[in-house]
Design a protein around this ligand. Structure first.
Ligand code: ADP
Length: 293
């Protein structure tokens, strides 16, 4: 077993013209023309989606995955934001590389119960744009499922790029046990409008919307404890009510969350009992209730 280096690119990423997948042995049969579901041992695949960028989707994915792992679940975190894979940076593992063993890869283990795979691990240079067409993305997503030693997972949290693109369609097609999607929004009207589109996109694909999360929902003043409505509050909850989908909770702004993300230490690891920590924990509990009951 050896570690991947950024330059050697040894892992055989499929091209749109490759007609054979190395691991099709792991895939189940499907009607001709449709790629088969990949066989991986996971109970709940949860997609995390947003209508637009910058609303805290990746921050929510990281903290939710961490919270679930801290509650004894075996968790995989799959960063499919191929054009902006930030999860490794947020977890302080951006310099690590998955070990390669013949045709499989070992995900990067953050704790005993949390393993991560990201496009960032395979790119020689994350500051260069990835310019890929849909079929190529699908090939890579297929490999992220079938060729990674995920082990037995309770949850696979999938951080998708913002919007309604190929990555979401591919993972829905390829992954087993997709329970549905969580939509992250901020409270402002412009963000909520895009979140509504994301909800409708998921519903069109006949998948359940597990719930909306309103992030950056007010800010608790560290001095007086009052809440300041920086971007307003309640837009996500109102949209959930109007669309008839569950609301999983609101997470307030906490400047420490920006710092934690930049420094690569998950926020919930260090800020127990703050309003934002309690909010993330409550969202995680709501998610578990919806998915496991
Ligand atoms: P997205 O994945 O939607 O593009 P990110 O997760 O990258 O968004 O978050 C964008 C920025 O907002 C990051 O700097 C992150 O640390 C910050 N952020 C996210 N949620 C919060 C929050 N609740 N409080 C403070 N900062 C936040």
């Amino acid at each position: 077993m050896r570690a991947l280096t950024p330059v050697d690119h040894v892992y055989p990423i499929m091209t749109p013209h490759s007609d054979k997948h190395p691991e099709t042995k792991g895939a189940s049969h499907a009607p001709k023309g449709l790629p088969p579901k990949v066989k991986i041992d996971v109970n709940h695949v949860i997609l995390v989606l947003s209508g637009k960028g910058g609303v805290g989707k990746s921050t929510v994915s990281v903290n939710l995955a961490y919270a679930l792992a801290a509650h004894g679940r075996m968790v995989g975190l799959l960063d499919l934001d191929i054009h902006g894979p930030n999860i490794p940076k947020m977890l302080g593992i951006e310099n690590q590389r998955p070990a390669v063993l013949e045709k499989t890869m070992e995900p990067v283990h953050v704790t005993g119960t949390l393993a991560v795979m990201s496009m960032a691990f395979l790119l020689p240079d994350t500051s260069s744009p990835v310019i890929w067409r849909g079929p190529m993305k699908m090939a890579v997503i297929q490999q992220f499922l079938s060729d990674v030693n995920w082990g037995a997972l309770d949850y696979l949290i999938v951080d998708l790029p913002p919007g309604t693109g190929d990555e979401a369609l591919s993972i829905i097609q390829l992954a087993p046990n997709v329970q549905g999607a969580i939509i992250v929004t901020t409270p402002q009207d412009v963000a909520v409008l895009d979140a509504v589109k994301a909800v409708k996109f998921i519903e069109k694909l006949d998948l359940p919307v597990i719930g909306i999360i309103e992030n950056m929902s007010g800010m608790v003043c560290p001095h007086c404890g009052d809440t300041i409505d920086l971007f307003g509050r309640g837009g996500g909850e109102k949209a959930a009510r109007e669309l008839g989908v569950p609301f999983l909770g609101s997470i307030p702004i906490d400047p420490a969350m920006v710092k934690a993300g930049d420094e690569g230490r998950p926020y919930i690891l260090r800020h127990a009992d703050t309003p934002a920590w309690k909010a993330v924990d409550a969202v995680m509990e709501n998610l578990v209730k919806r998915v496991e009951s």
